[in-house]
Design a protein around this ligand. Structure first.
Ligand code: OAD
Ligand code: ZN
Length: 247
């Protein structure tokens, strides 16, 4: 049985604006591997060879094999109880925003409506030469998709050393500053600038609530830190809130 503090429920009762800042850990129970921690992708593979623009130019075929593999895993997965409860928060609060580092679309598939994707989306692609977008099935020749203009097509995801999409980051930051309650779910919170939104929320006087399998670098910085699976803790928080509103 997960213990949810009554003081957190009381704070939720007075809240208008809720932000969920999420990372790979929220999709772990859907079968999508995380990057760090036990069985993390970056324990076996090197980010500088797969999530880096120069590496892509050197070996687009290898980078595409990796993204096609990830896309397959994502397509075979379903949103889990954590994504579903976050979407259900929309029925109880005026303003619910998801700011995610994930590229897997699972929040959207679970029904969340206001989502800012800080690291792009695996379903979109664009030509590095003329910037034309390709969101449909790509045609691969010798393992590489090419644009009409002859340029290389790449996934529309953010790689190391690249800027975050400006609009998504700005909106995510505004929502974080305005948040009454700021949930940090399934992220190691070590990749910047995304992780900086936690400080933005704190500056805006949000109550910070962390949900993670383990303690992290930010656990001592937050107001509430729940250790356990997001798929169990998120529904438990929502249920306790719903019960307290009825009573
Ligand atoms: P990480 O892989 O760094 O962290 C995942 C976090 O989720 C860890 O802190 C785990 O303890 C936690 N976790 C795992 N399973 C969980 C579960 N069932 N419930 C709750 N928590 C769980 O993933 P991110 O923080 O998302 O960037 O990584 C940030 C960025 O680094 C990613 O967006 C990606 C990566 O390199 C780019 O590709 C640009
Ligand atoms: Zn082109």
């Amino acid at each position: 049985m997960i213990k949810i503090d009554q003081s957190l429920v009381d704070k939720l009762k007075g809240a208008h604006s809720i932000v969920f800042f999420t990372g790979a850990g929220i999709s772990a129970e859907s079968g999508i591997p995380t990057f760090r921690g036990e069985n993390g992708v970056w324990n076996k593979l090197k980010p500088e060879e797969l999530a880096n623009f120069d590496a892509f130019l050197r070996n687009p075929k290898m980078v595409w094999e990796w993204y096609n593999h990830r896309k397959k895993v994502i397509h075979e997965s379903q949103p889990n109880a954590a994504h579903h409860s976050i979407a259900e928060f929309q029925n109880h609060f005026e303003e619910v925003t998801v700011v995610t580092q994930n590229i897997d679309n699972l929040h959207r598939r679970a029904g969340s409506r206001r989502i800012f994707e800080l690291h792009g989306n695996i379903e979109r692609n664009y030509c590095v030469n003329c910037k034309t977008y390709y969101n449909e099935e790509l045609e691969f020749k010798d393992g590489i998709p090419k644009c009409k203009c002859g340029g290389l097509i790449r996934p529309d995801v953010v790689w190391f050393g690249e800027y975050l999409p400006e609009y998504e980051f700005d909106e995510g930051e505004k929502a974080s500053i305005n948040a009454d309650i700021f949930f940090i779910v399934g992220t190691s919170a070590v990749v910047y600038p995304a992780a900086g939104l936690i400080q933005s929320a704190k500056r805006g006087r949000a109550v910070l609530v962390e949900v993670n399998l383990t303690r992290t670098e930010i656990s001592s910085f937050v107001d509430y830190s729940f250790t356990g699976r997001a798929g169990e803790i998120m529904p438990a928080i929502l249920e306790k809130y719903k019960l307290s509103v009825v009573n």
